[in-house]
Design a protein around this ligand. Sequence first.
Ligand SMILES: [Zn+2]
Length: 354
Amino acid sequence: MKNRKINSSALLVLCLFIVSVLAGCRFPRSEISHQVGMPVKYLGLHVLVESRQAARELIAEIPALARRGVNLLVVEVDYNFEYRSHPELRGPEPVTREQVGQIVQLCQQHGIRLIPEFQSFGHQSWEKKTFSLLTVYPEFDETPGKYPDNQGIYCRSWCPLHPDLPKIINALYDELLEAFEADGLHVGMDEVFIIADPDCPRCAGKDPAELFAHAVRTAYEHIVINRGREMFMWGDRLLDGRATGYGEWEASMNDTHRAIDLIPKDIIICDWHYEEMPGGVYPSIPIFIEKGFRVLPTSFKNMRAAEALIDFSLRFPAERMLGHLCTIWKQPEAGKTHKHPPLVLAARKLRATG
Ligand SMILES: [Zn+2]
């Protein structure tokens, strides 16, 4: 019996060895580079996973995304996860820990870096719906009681100076880092339009750039300093909408842009631009690079704009220009998302540059 056991064990070890070698052979060059700490060209995809159905679709689609060449997946869950520290903040159909475990396993199997995203500061509501933080704890609202039914505003913001807020948000960040087994977190922070509201007892009269930088540094202190992970964020509030020509969405017209000089430079900036720029020039890329940031240019569904952004960005050295991030701004769809035309385009162009 004993010999038989040894033989079975040896056979098992041999099988595992063969499987691991075969699995290793599937890794594209860029993923192997990531493992040994070399500069990486990321082909990234950002998806919204705000329900169990969305998680099921993603789980089914990950192998096809990997075959497309995706090696970075940004999974935005926001409040829609089975948080234990603050179950009162869970969305209506939170993604389960078991589902996240499956996503982690699949990403590890396919050499995909997995980054959870939690939309911070702005985007605390969408149309008439206010998300859980500001409905459960209205005292954290930058504009409590103002704008009933969110009429006349784009999205609500939390108050970046409320002293009781970081403890709650950091607990949510921690749970995401742990569940996703992630070495980085995307904190969102795009399109913050409500800031330094004149009726906020803490923020009224303060410099929006200082307030925005304070919010960024608060997240950075926890994620990078305390937890030793990387921090990703959207870049629009750090750009001067007038000087760059990007306008008020892809850049800031509400005086937050000077925050670019007030935040740590080892944050990875996801520099999103969805429109074609004159001459195919996207000035934000050299701006961020010259300031010392690493940049991940981000496209959406306009193919001509995506192509122009990719072509322009590939002129810059790989040390700080990290590749490309596609977004679909909806939940993934099994059998479809890997065919998202800008993703196919980005895969081809990144592959062509080696
Ligand atoms: Zn405030």
